[in-house]
Ligand binder design. Structure first.
Ligand SMILES: Cc1ncc(COP(=O)(O)O)c(C=O)c1O
Length: 457
């Protein structure tokens, strides 16, 4: 039996002020007092207790550009990253469709970490057994958190770029009909969550910032769920450009390149099934070392940031908010602002998927490699990585013949998992994606009709 057979609708995740006031108040209390209280399902939202989107607007003293970089913060979600949103959305859709049954099914979460953490967490809250399938070389904090939430681990060899092995392992475990996979790379609740909840939250996040519009959205795809926000942003602001960011060391979308890299959560050596490449205007390459150096700077380099002109309280506030992929997204946003020649008043929106809490071991490793990271080094990093970031490695994917490369990559990656060419070709039209998105109101209705009231306190 599910411990808690209900949770928020897509609309309530977008705007939790729609929730019953008592439930919202109880959820907000539980977020800080008891993270395993199932009422936390109602905290799956970008909004804080004042119903504002959690964000920071990075100052020019740090970014070296006039445009605003608005970073939506994923670390405030329960389980510490916004990946809990797609995990919940996939499980709740399966529940209301009757495809996943409490007491019958075990939940599988193929992942490089945060989706696995989200899967273990949501399964715990809803009373399911969870098995997370992930590479054996990710940050140790990830495995610890999955175990803390009661998730079991099935490890496949390798690191970030070996995620295809996790998909193969998931396929193998799916032979057992009692196992149901929250297949983030190929199931559309991930697309729906990010297009509806993240996309519309981004639009809300720029109200009152600069010109109130969005000129560009940047996101480094792992599953390519988050980048679906770009579809919604482009629908609201037709001038907006959507940019996918990749590790320079694993430039699969840009030019088919494959290699190991250290930006955990992204760059998985494929074009995922749910990536709407029609809406991807640019692919931008980011050096992995700069993202880890950026984490060091934000976490331990407050004085260097202050010397560069960043307000001290703001710099201190950054310490816990970013991991390497968040820094990657910021660097991509700076490059896009430079490439598009954006000026004062223009906004580039991006996300920090998770916060620093799962990267202590990554900084230990960095400190070990550099032996001495003096204030001079931190000053240099502030300038070289951020203030003077070059707008190189920006690939324009707007021409149809260039876009073909992305369709071809997707075909190469997914025909082997049983998807037909006809199905993949149907994704070449925006109406395929709009039809997926149009299922949101139906799921809102099903979720609210099928859930029962939370038990009284
Ligand atoms: C830290 C981190 N950053 C970025 C991503 C990529 O997000 P998405 O899977 O929505 O593309 C992930 C995905 O797991 C992640 O864990």
């Amino acid at each position: 039996m599910t411990k808690f057979p209900f949770g928020p609708t897509y609309d309530e995740m977008l705007d939790p002020s729609l929730l019953d006031k008592d439930i919202r108040a109880r959820a907000l209390t539980a977020l800080h007092e008891n993270e395993l209280d199932p009422i936390n399902l109602f905290n799956i939202t970008w909004r804080d207790s004042a119903n504002d989107v959690r964000k920071v607007v990075l100052p020019s003293a740090l970014t070296g550009i006039d445009a605003n970089i608005v970073v939506m913060l994923g670390c405030g979600f329960p389980s510490g990253s916004h990946k809990v949103g797609p995990a919940y959305s996939t499980l709740i859709e399966g529940l209301v469709d009757g495809e996943i049954e409490p007491g019958v099914h075990t939940i599988l979460g193929p992942s490089t970490g945060n989706f696995g953490i989200g899967t273990a967490y949501i399964s715990n809250l809803l009373g399911f057994r969870a098995i997370v399938i992930m590479p054996d070389n990710m940050s140790k904090e990830r495995y610890e958190r999955i175990r803390r939430y009661g998730g079991e681990l099935e490890l496949t060899p390798g690191s970030e770029s070996d995620v295809i092995l996790t998909l193969e392992k998931t396929r193998e475990l799916m032979q057992n009909p009692k196992n149901k996979a929250l297949a983030q790379f190929e199931l559309f609740p991930n697309y729906r969550f990010h297009r509806h909840v993240t996309g519309n939250s981004a639009i809300a996040a720029v109200r009152g910032v600069g010109n109130g519009r969005i000129a560009a959205f940047t996101s480094a795809p792992g599953s390519a769920g988050t980048i679906a926000a770009g579809d919604q942003i482009k629908a609201a602001f037709p001038e907006a450009k959507s940019a996918a960011l990749e590790p320079y060391e694993c430039s699969t979308l840009a030019n088919g390149g494959q290699g190991q890299h250290r930006i955990e959560g992204i760059g998985d050596k494929m074009c995922t099934l749910i990536h709407n490449v029609l809406q991807t205007d640019f692919v931008v390459l980011i050096r992995d070392e700069e993202t880890v150096q950026g984490v060091k700077l934000f976490h331990d380099g407050t004085e260097a940031l202050v010397r560069a002109g960043v307000d001290r309280a703001f710099a201190l506030g950054l310490r816990e908010l970013f991991g390497p992929s968040g820094i990657c997204n910021v660097l991509g946003a700076i490059k896009m602002a430079k490439h598009l020649r954006l000026g004062p008043g223009d906004n580039v929106v991006t996300v920090a998927t998770d916060g620093f809490d799962r990267y202590n071991s990554v900084l230990d490793e960095l400190n070990g490699r550099y032996l001495e990271i003096s204030e001079t080094v931190l000053d240099r990093w502030t300038h070289d990585i951020f203030i003077e970031a070059a707008d190189c490695d920006v690939h324009d994917f707007r021409k149809p013949q260039i876009k073909e490369q992305l369709f071809a990559q997707k075909e190469k990656d997914w025909v082997k998992f049983g998807y037909t060419k006809e199905f993949l070709d149907s994704m070449r039209e925006q109406k395929f994606w709009d039809a997926q998105y149009d299922k949101v109101p139906g799921y809102n209705q099903k979720i609210s009709a099928k859930r029962s009231k939370p038990p009284a306190r």
